[in-house]
Ligand binder design. Structure first.
Ligand code: EPS
Length: 388
């Protein structure tokens, strides 16, 4: 079973993750991961932290001479900002530390429920771990999963559909080309004509001490039919993707395929007719893809299409009303350094989160302990569905 855990505080010494269940024999370099980490750091509207950090992974186990061993892969990113936080975040009691607790929880953050749940008097003990800094670890893990998927010609792409209510026009191109267009600008939109308007919206929000959310779309091509399962709730691929994406900081909605619009459309215009095309990768095809590549909790051979709604970042430089946890008096919420908009970064994180879940389901179906063994299983399955 492919699984992972992450650990690390935003201003602690490092972010670490352990990924277990990757097969042996996969070529894997730090660069495969660093490319994804660098993409996560980009985007118009990011804050000062991204100027401080230059996220790079260090393998601590599981990889030897550029090839996976089949053992747990331990991944570490050093927090360069740690230097400024060593005293405040010291794991051992530090005589130089002058307590300065955060006591005014920020609406929309984990601050209040986290402090109540864990009995913390200093909200910093919650916000350090709740921070979206943790997504760097998820990108590390997802980047490894992506390498596995690429071996089987499965690719994950993304682009941003809207930011702060400014919508990109839909561009009708294959996913790889949409992705290329998205990579060409700092808001990751395929409609490059909307970039200026989004910049202006982000600038206006920043000037106003406000923040902006948005919607991005993740596309996965080359997924064979049969990942996930109809037989049990926790094996359904759509359910698993939604859970994984909803677990990402600031995500409030996930739609697959036609999404919420299915509720307003007659069945004859929702469901995708089936056809057979001997020249296609898997033989059986659908002549439309409103299902977003998933039927009955299983991939159906079409491109997987997922849209994700990210709320505006909760730290506002013009803070909302809050109460002091100690005095219970009304105050403006605490201010922590933050970004105005992180939707372009979220789309990169979303890609990597999706890559993990798809890789996990892929290994369940074709699992083996080495890439060679998985390849045999996969080719056997493809031959079988083509010959039936
Ligand atoms: C982030 C690191 C954080 C924030 C941001 C994302 O660093 P710092 O708190 O030191 O500025 O920039 O996180 C949030 C806005 C949040 O609310 O969690 C990162 O590495 O992506």
């Amino acid at each position: 079973m492919l699984r992972y855990l992450t650990a690390g505080e935003s201003h602690g010494p490092a972010l670490v993750s352990i990924l277990e269940g990757m097969p042996a024999g996969l070529a894997l370099s730090a660069d495969d991961i660093n490319v994804q980490l660098a993409r996560r750091q980009l985007g118009y509207g990011r804050g000062r932290r991204m100027e401080i950090e230059s996220d790079r992974v260090m393998f601590r186990s599981g990889v030897r001479h550029g090839v996976t061993l089949g053992s747990p892969i331990a991944l570490e990113i050093t927090n360069l900002d740690w230097r400024q936080w060593e005293v405040r975040m010291d794991p051992t009691p530090n005589p130089d530390y002058k307590p300065n607790p955060v006591t005014k929880p920020r609406p929309g953050h984990a601050d209040l429920p986290g402090a109540l749940k864990y009995g913390h008097r200093d909200v910093r003990n919650v916000l350090e771990r709740a921070s979206a800094r943790e997504t760097a670890s998820r990108v590390c893990v997802g980047a490894v999963a992506r390498r596995l998927l690429a071996e089987f010609d499965i690719h994950v792409y993304s682009h941003v559909l809207s930011i702060g209510g400014v919508h990109a026009r839909r561009v009708n191109l294959p996913p790889a080309q949409l992705h290329e267009l998205a990579e060409s600008n700092d808001v990751r939109c395929t409609d490059t004509g909307v970039v200026d308007a989004i910049h202006q919206a982000i600038d206006a929000a920043k000037a106003n001490g406000d923040t902006l959310g948005g919607v991005f779309e993740v596309l996965v091509t080359g997924v064979p039919p049969g990942l996930g399962s109809h037989v049990q709730w926790d094996r359904k691929l759509d359910g698993r993707l939604a859970q994984a994406l909803m677990s990402m900081q600031a995500i409030k909605g996930v739609e697959i395929g036609m999404g919420f619009a299915v509720a307003e459309t007659p069945g004859s215009q929702v469901h995708d007719p089936i056809a057979y095309d001997a020249a296609s990768a898997f033989g059986f095809i659908h002549t439309s893809n409103n299902a977003g590549g998933i039927e009955g909790g299983m991939s159906n051979g079409e491109t997987i299409v997922i849209r994700v709604a990210k709320k505006p970042i909760s730290t506002l430089y013009k803070p909302l009303a809050s109460v002091d946890l100690e005095t219970k008096q009304s105050f403006a919420a605490s201010i922590e350094r933050s970004d105005t908009c992180a939707v372009p970064a979220a789309s990169v994180i979303g890609e990597n989160i999706v890559a993990f879940t798809i890789a996990q389901a892929f290994l369940e179906k074709y699992g083996g302990d080495s890439i060679a063994e998985i390849r045999r299983n996969y080719i056997g399955y493809l031959t079988e569905i083509r010959e039936r």
